[in-house]
Design a protein around this ligand. Sequence first.
Ligand code: UT7
Length: 320
Amino acid sequence: MRIKVIGTGSALPAKIVTNEMLSRIVETDDAWISSRTGIRERRIAGEETTTDLAVSAAKAALEDAGCAPEEIDLILVATFTPEHCLPNTACAVQAALGCRNAAAFDLNAACSGFLFAMNTAQAYVEAGIYRTILLVGAEEVSKVLDWEDRSTCVLFGDGAGAAVVQAREGEAMRFLQFSDGAQGQVLACMERTAENPWHTAEKPPKTLTMDGQAVFRFAVRRVPECIRQLLAQAGKEPEEIDWFLLHQANKRILDSVANRLGVEEGRFPMNLDRYGNTSAASIPILLDEVRRKGILKEGDQVVLAGFGAGLTWGAALLTW
Ligand code: UT7
């Protein structure tokens, strides 16, 4: 059995923060940010919470799929910036939408989270456990950023994307996923919100820290390697793939992956210029955009690939 995407949705905070606006709070400028990253603006949440964004995106995906809330068997929300520790965001989505027959849990694989959630959905479907699954990637990275650190605060944005997938006869979606916990410190958020009277050790930073160059090197090496490995297993060449929907971190990373695969950049749709890096939300927001624009055609071969903190990375090959 394979999964088929039957509906998508996305939700973005109303507030647009341009590079020029950032140059008024940290020592940076539009020329540096856009030339090094491709990002021109991002959405930053004000009143909206991660839960609000997740619910809005999920609602839009259900409507798009023409799917009743009761039909959903499982809700997976990928996030590393939930509004609360408990209850999890997936249960909040369940309650808000009335998906009363669903099991619901969150999954944290940072920027690879939505991809890992989709792979999990495929595994459940293939095992015959669930038939209709709601997948959400939702983040408010702005809540864990150090807004005085120009090397990180210019890169990220907030948002949510969702997809409803359903079991169909046919060969299972192929996917690969990897982790390298030994490299965990290159992109970390060591926040501890609770204290106890016996905890006297020095507190780790509450905001996101990153060795940008190490993450860059990791991404440009591991992502094309992983896509090639996936395609080799499927007996396909990169030029046979219609669309590559990659985690939207940096235009230079996407260009480098395209170059290393020998594929023209036009087959890598991008929206990071408008939204920045929205972590687990970036792939489903992009998927929703290209789907609604009618870019994806029945039968298209689509590669999804994610990479990020953990370190985690992976790819999946979908027949649209
Ligand atoms: O989902 C995965 C998330 N992470 C990523 O995608 C990060 C991947 N890495 C990158 O995208 C890039 O490494 C960055 C965009 C983060 C940085 O680009 P870079 O070309 O690697 O720059 P750099 O870190 O080598 O910094 C070059 C210079 C430094 O100044 P000096 O030491 O040469 O004087 C930085 O202090 O640029 C400076 N710099 C800035 N200048 C203006 C760093 N951030 C900024 C800034 N504005 N916002």
